[in-house]
Design a protein around this ligand. Structure first.
Ligand code: MTE
Ligand code: MO
Length: 423
C-alpha cells in the first residue's frame, strides 16, 4: 500500500478538492503542511527539494523509456505449478495498476510452446478451405486494409482455476491476474474474409499459430463476422512478441485460448475442427460429472484491487476500487459489500464504460479498525449478475477448472492485514 503521507500530488483526490479532503480526513500530509508553515526544517515540503537544486538526467536515457526504479516491484510474476517455462503463464499485477489499461510490459502471458521470434517480412497469413478465392497475405498487405482501434480485455479461461476448492492466491495478481486490457489496433476479420469470399456452407474457422505449439482453435464464423480483429498493435505500438507479434486473432469477450497468437492460417470448414486438426478442446466439468462445451464467452466478473490480498490497511478514509468486465457487453453496475455480502452499496463506474472492456469502479469507505470482508459483484447489460462462490459451486462442483467467475472475498483482519478467504 502507498503511504498517504507521501502522495503530495493531485492524483487520487476526490472532486470536493484537496483542501476540503484534508480538513475532513486530517491525513498526515495535512499535519505536515501545518508544521512547515511555522519555520520549516529543510526536509519539510515548503523547503526547496534536493531535485530542484541540480539538473536531472538528460533525454534519451534510455531511448525506450522504463518505469521509475522506485516501481521495480511492479512486475509480471510466474505461476508455481507448471514444470517448464515454455508451456506456462505469468500474471498481471492488478493490485498495482490504475485505470483500465494494462501497460504492454505487464500484459499477462500464456504460451504453450514458448515465444517465437518472427520477422514480419517473412510472415504470411493464409486464408483457405471453403472460400471462393484462397489468399496469402504479407503483413504489408494486411496493414493496408482499413483498421480500427478498440479497447478490450483478454482473460484466460483458467483465471481463478486455483481458487475452486480453497483460497490459494495471496494477491489479486495470483487470484485474477490472467487478465489484461489494452487498446488493440487491427483489421476487422470480416474485411479479410470478404476479400476471400466465404462459401455459404462455411460455419467454422480453424485458426493456427506459428509457434512451436502450432496452437489451433475452432472459431464460429458468426463471431468472425461480428467483431473479430486481426490485430497488429497494442496500446499504440506493434504487438509485443509475448502477445503474438506480428499478428494475432482477437475475439473480444471470448476466452483467451481462442485468441490465437502468431496467427498464420485461417481455414474455413462446415463443422468444428475438433479431433481432426485442432490441438485441444476446452470443456467445463459440471457437478453431476457431465461436461459443458462451447463455453466461449467470458461471463461478468469483478475484483477489488485496492485494498486486496497481501496489503496492509491503515484506519481512516480511503477508496475501495477495482475492475469489472463482461464478455457479453458493457458493465452496467457494480455493488460493493464490506460485510461479506450482507449489505451492498453501488459503486461509481469510471467513464468511459466500454463493451467487453475493463471498467474501473470506485467507492469511498472509512475503515474504523473492525474486521471486514470486502466483495464486489458485477452486473452486465444483459442483466447477468456475477454469482457468489456458493452459487457457482452448486452448478459446477469443486473439481471444475475453467471459467471461475465467482465473487472474490478479501478479509480485513483487526490489525489491517488483507487476505484471500472463502466467505
Ligand atoms: N499460438 C498461440 N496462441 C495462443 C496461445 C499459445 O500458446 N499459442 N495461448 C492462448 C491462451 S491459453 C491464452 S489465455 C492467450 C494469452 O494471450 P497473452 O499471452 O497475450 O496474454 O493466448 C492464446 N493464444
Ligand atoms: Mo488460456
Amino acid at each position: 500500500m502507498r503511504n498517504t503521507a507521501t502522495s503530495q500530488g493531485s492524483m487520487g483526490m476526490p472532486p470536493l478538492g484537496r483542501r476540503a479532503w484534508l480538513k475532513r480526513t486530517a491525513l498526515a500530509s495535512g499535519a505536515l503542511l501545518a508544521r512547515a508553515a511555522h519555520g520549516a526544517p529543510a526536509e519539510l515540503p515548503l523547503a526547496t527539494p534536493e531535485s530542484t537544486r541540480k539538473l536531472g538526467a538528460p533525454i534519451l536515457n534510455p531511448e525506450y523509456g522504463l518505469p521509475s526504479p522506485h516501481e521495480s516491484e511492479v512486475l509480471r510474476r510466474p505461476t508455481d505449478v507448471t514444470p517448464t517455462q515454455y508451456s506456462s503463464w505469468s500474471f498481471t499485477p492488478l493490485q498495482d495498476l490504475s485505470g483500465i489499461v494494462t501497460p504492454n510490459g505487464l500484459f499477462f502471458e500464456r504460451h504453450h510452446g514458448g515465444v517465437p521470434d518472427i520477422a514480419p517480412d517473412a510472415h504470411r497469413l493464409a486464408v483457405h478451405g471453403l472460400v471462393k478465392q484462397p489468399l496469402l497475405f504479407t503483413m504489408d498487405d494486411l496493414v493496408r486494409f482499413p483498421s480500427v482501434s478498440r479497447f478490450h480485455f483478454l482473460e484466460c479461461s483458467g483465471n481463478g482455476s486455483t481458487e475452486w476448492a480453497a483460497p490459494r492466491g495471496k494477491t489479486a495478481q495470483f487470484t485474477h491476474g490472467l487478465l489484461s486490457c489494452c487498446e488493440w489496433t487491427g483489421v476487422p476479420l470480416a474485411t479479410v474474409l470478404e476479400e476471400a469470399g466465404i462459401k455459404p456452407e462455411a460455419k467454422w474457422i480453424l485458426a493456427e499459430g506459428a509457434d512451436a505449439a502450432a496452437m489451433t482453435r475452432s472459431i464460429p464464423v458468426e463471431k468472425a463476422l461480428d467483431d473479430a480483429l486481426l490485430v497488429y498493435a497494442q496500446n499504440g505500438e506493434r504487438l509485443r512478441p509475448e502477445q503474438g507479434y506480428p499478428l494475432r486473432l482477437l475475439l473480444p469477450g471470448f476466452e483467451g485460448n481462442m485468441n490465437i497468437k502468431w496467427l498464420r492460417r485461417l481455414k474455413l470448414g462446415d463443422r468444428p475442427f475438433y479431433s481432426r486438426e485442432e490441438t485441444s478442446k476446452y470443456t467445463d466439468l459440471l457437478r453431476d460429472g457431465r461436461a459443458r462445451e462451447f463455453s466461449f464467452v467470458m461471463e461478468a466478473k469483478s475484483v477489488i484491487t485496492s485494498p486486496s490480498g497481501g496489503q496492509q490497511l491503515s484506519r481512516g478514509p480511503r477508496e475501495i476500487s477495482g475492475v469489472a468486465w463482461s464478455g457479453r457487453g458493457r458493465i452496467t453496475r457494480v455493488d460493493v459489500s464490506t460485510d461479506g455480502g450482507k449489505s451492498w452499496r453501488e459503486a461509481a463506474l469510471q467513464e468511459p464504460v466500454m463493451k467487453k472492456c475493463l471498467t474501473r469502479f470506485r467507492l469511498p469507505w472509512r475503515w474504523v479498525g473492525a474486521p471486514a470482508i470486502l466483495q464486489s459483484r458485477a452486473v452486465d447489460e444483459t442483466g447477468y449478475v456475477q454469482p457468489s462462490r456458493q452459487e457457482l459451486v452448486a452448478v459446477r462442483g469443486l473439481n471444475s477448472y475453467y471459467h471461475n467467475n465467482s465473487i472474490q472475498s478479501w478479509q480485513v483482519a483487526q490489525g489491517g492485514e488483507v487476505a484471500n478467504v472463502h466467505a
